[in-house]
Design a protein around this ligand. Structure first.
Ligand SMILES: [Zn+2]
Length: 115
């Protein structure tokens, strides 16, 4: 088998796998009850937590520092609140959307869109 043939075979397999995955997912979504869905999401979260815990446990001091730096950087990044038309820190967003100011603007916004 030539390299090109190998690549083509791999591509076809990936394409087929994606199709099977999409089909299975659609079937699962259709047949899944709310409880099953909640359980599936819970398991996935648990798995993600474990995976991250493992990564953190195996980190060197340097990697730890780098991860903290990135986390801080990301938290300090500005995001725009379209409702209030202001820029705020990403990590302030969850508090901001509960603030009186934001709720008032949201209400105003909703009123303005009602004809
Ligand atoms: Zn806002």
């Amino acid at each position: 088998m030539t390299e090109a043939e190998k690549t083509e075979k791999k591509r076809k397999k990936a394409e087929n796998d994606a199709k099977i995955y999409a089909k299975n997912k659609a079937e699962r979504d259709e047949n899944e009850t709310e409880e099953e869905k909640a359980e599936r999401l819970r398991q996935r979260r648990e798995y993600e937590h474990k995976r991250i815990a493992e990564i953190i446990a195996n980190e060197t001091e340097e990697e730890k520092k780098e991860r903290r730096r990135k986390k801080n950087e990301s938290a300090a990044k500005k995001v725009k609140c379209e409702i209030c038309d202001i820029e705020i820190r990403r990590d302030s967003m969850s508090d901001h959307i509960k603030s009186k100011k934001h709720l008032k603007n949201l209400e105003k916004n909703l009123m303005a869109n009602v004809d």
